[in-house]
Design a binder for this molecule. Sequence first.
Ligand code: AMP
Ligand code: MG
Length: 502
Amino acid sequence: MTEPRTVDGSGLVLDDRYATDLPQLHVPWAPAPVAAPSMAHLNVGLAAELGLDAAALASADGVAVLAGNAVPAGATTVAMAYAGHQFGGFSPRLGDGRALLLGAVTAPDGSRHDVHLKGSGRTPFARGGDGRATLPAMLRELLMAEAMHALGVPTTRALAVVATGEHVMREDGPVAGGVLARTASSHLRVGTFQHAALLEQQHDEAGLVERLADHAIALHAPELAARGAGRFLALLEHVAEVQAALVARWMLLGFIHGVMNTDNMTISGESIDYGPCAFMDRVDPDTVFSSIDHGGRYAYGNQPSIAHWNLVRLAESMLPLFDDDTEVGAAAATEVLRSFPGRYRRHWVAWTRAKLGLVTEVDGDGKLGDQLLDWMHAARADFTSVFRALSASLRGDDAPLGALATVEPVQAWLADWHARLAVEGRDPVVVADAMDAVNPLYIPRNHRVEEALAAATDGDLAPFEALLEVVTHPFVWRPDAERYAEPATEAFAANHRTFCGT
Ligand code: AMP
Ligand code: MG
């Protein structure tokens, strides 16, 4: 195997805090160089936010680093170790099978961001995998992550996708290879804690979970460091809070993550691993797109309870930290875990209010939201369009609501909503504008994503770039963009399948 060379010209200055803080939780490893790397997409806006030199990233040295053909001088690249419950079954050793942490950059605002390559070759965690990723799958992750960011959802970001100039073998034959450079406030997962807890128990790594927890606190909740022995329970509570907030955002965008294994749930509260994810069009809580989710474990409507289940796994891994007396610790953790549904509901109701143009808090608002979802489900309404149709109706345009407005339960609901708006007495046009600022016109609709990726696979990136441009400005109406706002046909939606590990 060729070793990557060391270069100075990428402009990436990386610290290795994870590698030095937690030597037990990674394997130092180098990326495997590829034949003919070329930039497929560079996220110039993100580069600027991170204080990175886009020209340096686009240079030969930059492309070499983003492809894994070179490593920035001074970087320590590692494959991170983690465990995970996959579809409920526990795997003690997953880890970065085809990914590497290059280190972290510090942005001009002082924030730290991991830079991580996905598709950069086999690692000791690869098991049977080839260590590679396809170009369309990596472009898909870039598109999804950047759309979610534009929608205001906490997420990992995508800095670049490089085409490798090689083919990778997949089920249907050879596909162009790609490497994604992803950034994140960290790559700590629930599964990282599960793995640390196992190492501590089985291999006498005393204090490992505590060091991991302190590392997480320093990165994600530094204010908790001063809490002494109570900081670990406070960390659990913090993760419960950020995950409750995150999943509420997903639910109110019709987003289905698709593979909420514990190794795909972050400590930071950022969405991670856009494998089989997709946006739901026709509302149905049982919606599943992932080809491997046969039991519907990660269906749209199950996401809040799965997040809760994953948090229980986190609490189990941290249990010895909560109190010297395990029973006392378990009781305290149980109380935090029990708070999850209430936290989730608070975030969900708050966002529902915003989506419905409400600014005050009234007790029945949650019920108004529940009833909305009920009739959207009964009518198989398109999740995204309904909210825009509601704001249009406030402006006097009932056309987008169309036949829905004549259905009895919808009429009754509209009357309740209007009565609720009347309590606030705001100008309907002002309300409509506020709604349009939080309800997207454009999301990455499955049929448009497929279309763009098919063209990209054939070497034409123009449809991908056009779609990316639209979904990264999701609230701004454009002439000529109608096709991006239209739901797929019922037949397309019924047969649409997504894949992970591709
Ligand atoms: P994911 O479903 O993408 O979250 O991945 C689950 C696990 O499988 C992780 O440990 C990945 O690193 C690993 N994995 C997925 N695809 C590959 C691949 N092509 N080669 C090696 N490891 C992989
Ligand atoms: Mg994963």
